[in-house]
Design a protein around this ligand. Structure first.
Ligand SMILES: [Zn+2]
Length: 815
């Protein structure tokens, strides 16, 4: 830099103190005429220097997108209605040789004007008294094209010659050829060799044969010849004459020549490929024209994806489900390898297929549940087998229901994820906290979460927030990448989560450069999450499940939004993330628009054509510990647990709670009755570990788990004040402190609300009181319908043994 400044300074000094004075002295000595001549020459020289405009061509271009190997994915017509692809920088050899042979034999040796050709043409013109031969060089034709084909007058020709020499000073021969190839007319509204190659031959210019290249070389000279039906023979003769010249110049050999002249002249021009129309529109809008985007898409996979979506569309549209979108991401690089924003095709009309659903925000359904599972495993707030309550749950006006409307009482966490149970998910979120999960989603890249946590509340885990296929797929890709990076490089961090790449060459992701081990979700948590997603199964009433079986392992999750408006399915293995959305872009819900029925079959069809990936994720053993876990509850084993197992859990798992459900109870010798020290001597007692769930969980759990044994009853005279006061009663509704809104009925009386409780012993009687007033008794099915006045009340439920449970609740006014 310094060196340069120094030089320029020196040059300036020399110019000011030496050159200028000397030259001005010399000019002063000249005669007046010579001065005028010098001035005019200088002026002409300056005009010549600035002759060429900065941009020779100012026409609008088409927006063109290519796959990662240069295959044309689609093109958008330019603003002036031409198929004019952005300028090419390389001209294929066959076309170059054909063009030079046909148009300008001495192109590589002249300076813009071919003097031999000019002399010949002048002689011919004089001889035949008119314009016969053009003697136009390729350089002159570039000028002619840039000056929009003005009249072919002699004066215009002179201007073209002058400009052509200037062109030659500015550009190399190859650049001039490229300018010509980019702007020459090829018939109709096709401009430039790239558009022409795709239009007439459906291939890249570099892949054209000699016959095809020769045909394109003769075409700009008389572009109308390409129109089908007319002049076919004339075009063939022209082409073959050129091929003969190429053979005579020994540019092609005899065999090539013989075969080339046999090639047919193209018939009806092909339509341009339309493999990713939504991606094309995305880039078209982004660049507002004139762009050639080299994408990360793989054309063969893209066209397979299109076919699969179309096939499913034909079936789904019979149920008025009209839109499908899918995205495939390469996990390692983050490159998008296929992008179909919506199903489209010849027979699809007026079904909003122009909407790019990949980028649209839609209700997420259950598709975010694995993120919560991973986050809790990551924080040591959960173990894969730990039981999660699955019982009626009412939080204010929020009462989540499972898909099957039933309750299991308690479910191992990994099964709750695999079965996509809503109640356990809400219970987990209550434990984790909405605010923390909200923050996690944003950190993972869910930018469509724009409202504060309170706005979503617990519904955040059941589709209460929106997300796009784009960002949800990105998060899953980040998770898979993060686990791979930990296994491959020994570290992983939040840089593993990023938006996928669509433009080739923009991908600057290099995991090995991003040191530091600070993952958002721990590797072990991710591994267990994917394991749980391997077990994902159909809802109970779903048939034909077996048809989804696949030879490869795929971790997957479905989602269905409220009102059957969105069906999601996302699947992944070590290499690919596939994301599918099915629904109606206008938001109309349809029966059977359910993730597992509508979207999952598409997902599995896509995995079936993707290259099969046989290795599953490696277990991240460095992030795991062996723990003793209660076989009954899945919690860390306590001293009370009789059945335990050693198993690998996330290294944070040691923070998790020890089993709260196993307790030591005291039995008499027959082991049929519980006893206590006030009715049995310790010598006659048998101490036993017993797995006891709280009443509400037990109520539902025992009906689904035949091996669950309820606590034996107390020996006569032994109950009453026992040492280990077991909770036998649980009030399901109302919950402590709940605010209940009771609507007014049509007859203006206050509506009733149902209170529910459970008792561990099937035959027990419960006595119900509100504010110490007895309101009734129940047996077996413990529920009462009540209509308390507005204000605070106390509900008490008492059983025959005197065990009492109490909650306070508030009845709200209609307004
Ligand atoms: Zn236990």
């Amino acid at each position: 830099m310094k060196y340069n400044v120094f030089n320029i300074k020196q040059l300036r000094n020399w110019f000011l103190t030496d050159f200028l004075p000397t030259i001005s002295k010399k000019i002063k000595k000249l005669s007046f005429q010579k001065k005028i001549f010098l001035a005019i020459s200088l002026l002409l020289f300056i005009i010549y220097l600035f002759l060429l405009p900065k941009n020779l061509f100012t026409e609008p271009y088409s927006t063109v997108i290519e796959d990662n190997n240069g295959v044309l994915l689609g093109a958008h017509i330019s603003k002036d209605g031409q198929w004019r692809f952005p300028e090419t920088d390389s001209v294929p050899y066959k076309f170059e040789q054909s063009l030079v042979t046909f148009e300008d034999k001495r192109f590589f040796y002249h300076f813009g004007i071919d003097l031999i050709a000019v002399a010949r043409s002048t002689w011919l013109n004089v001889k035949y008294m008119g314009v016969v031969s053009g003697a136009s060089t390729i350089s002159m034709q570039v000028i002619r094209l840039s000056r929009k084909n003005r009249n072919r007058s002699l004066w215009e020709k002179v201007i073209e010659m002058i400009y052509a020499t200037r062109l030659e000073l500015k550009y190399s021969k190859r650049e001039i050829l490229a300018l010509y190839a980019s702007h020459a007319p090829f018939g109709g509204n096709v401009v430039g060799i790239e558009a022409a190659a795709w239009r007439y031959f459906g291939r890249k210019p570099h892949e054209l044969s000699w016959a095809e290249s020769a045909l394109l070389a003769v075409l700009p000279n008389s572009p109308a010849l390409i129109h089908p039906g007319r002049n076919r023979e004339e075009l063939r003769v022209k082409r073959n004459k050129l091929l003969k010249q190429l053979f005579e110049k020994e540019i092609i050999d005899e065999e090539t020549y013989e075969l080339a002249v046999e090639e047919p002249i193209p018939d009806e021009p092909d339509d341009f490929p339309q493999l990713a129309p939504h991606l094309l529109m995305y880039f078209h809008a982004q660049n507002n024209n004139s762009a050639k985007i080299k994408t990360t898409i793989q054309a063969d996979i893209q066209s397979n994806l299109n076919e699969i979506l179309y096939r499913h569309y034909l079936e789904l549209s019979e149920n008025e489900i009209n839109n499908l979108a899918a995205l495939i991401i390469d996990v390692e690089t983050g490159n998008v390898i296929a992008y179909t924003g919506n199903v489209w095709g010849e027979n699809i009309q007026n079904n909003n297929c122009q909407v790019d659903v990949i980028r649209a925000n839609r209700s997420t359904g259950s598709i975010l549940k694995p993120f919560l599972y991973a986050a809790m495993l990551s924080d040591g707030q959960l173990l894969p087998n730990a039981l999660v309550p699955d019982i009626p749950t009412i939080m204010g006006d929020f009462a989540p229901q499972n898909y099957n409307r039933g309750y299991d009482g308690a479910v191992p966490a990994h099964r709750a994820i695999a079965r996509s149970l809503n109640v356990p998910a809400v219970r987990l979120l209550m434990k984790y906290s909405v605010a923390k999960f909200h923050y996690l989603l944003k950190r993972l890249g869910m930018s469509s979460i724009t409202k504060p946590p309170d706005y979503y509340g617990l519904s955040l885990i059941l589709g209460g927030c929106e997300g796009s296929l784009w960002e949800i797929a990105s998060v899953y890709a980040g998770m898979a990448r993060s686990l791979n990076n930990f296994n491959n490089y020994g570290f992983t961090n939040e840089n593993d989560y990023f938006e996928p790449f669509l433009v080739k060459g923009e991908n600057d992701y290099a995991p090995e450069e991003k040191m530091g081990n600070n993952p958002i979700l721990s590797p072990a948590a991710l591994w267990f999450t994917f394991e749980a997603m391997l077990e994902v199964e159909r809802p109970e009433d779903e048939a034909n499940w077996q048809s989804f079986s696949s030879s490869q392992k795929i971790a997957w999750k479905t989602g269905t939004s409220f009102g059957f408006r969105d069906a999601w399915a996302i699947g992944l293995n070590k290499k690919y993330v596939v994301a599918v959305w099915v629904g109606n872009a206008n938001g109309v819900g349809r029966p059977d628009l359910v993730g597992v029925k509508a979207a999952a079959p598409v997902l599995f069809d896509i995995f079936d054509f993707l290259p099969s990936v046989n290795n599953w994720f490696k277990e991240p053993l460095n992030d795991m510990i062996e723990a003793t876990v209660c076989s009954k509850s899945g919690f860390l084993a306590s001293t009370n647990c009789e059945f335990t197992q050693e198993m690998l859990v996330p290294s944070t798992g040691s923070r998790f709670e020890s089993c709260p459900y196993c307790q030591i109870i005291h039995l008499d010798k027959s082991e049929k009755f519980q006893v206590s020290s006030n009715c049995e001597s310790p010598d006659n007692m048998i101490h036993k570990s017993w797995f006891v769930l709280p009443p509400a969980m037990e109520w539902y759990f025992k009906s689904r788990n035949a091996t669950y044994t309820t606590l034996p009853p107390f020996k006569e005279g032994c109950n009453g004040n026992m040492e280990n006061t077991t909770n036998n009663i649980e009030i399901l509704y109302p919950t402590e402190g709940i605010q209940i809104f009771v609507p007014t009925e049509l007859d203006e009386t206050s509506g009733r609300t149902i209170f529910r409780a459970v008792h561990r012993n099937a035959n027990s009687v419960l006595y119900w009181h509100i504010d110490n007033n007895f309101i009734g008794q129940t047996q077996q099915l413990h529920q009462v319908a009540v209509a308390p006045d507005k204000g605070w009340h106390t509900l008490s439920v008492v059983d025959e043994s005197g065990e009492r449970k109490t909650v306070k609740f508030l009845i709200l006014d209609e307004d």
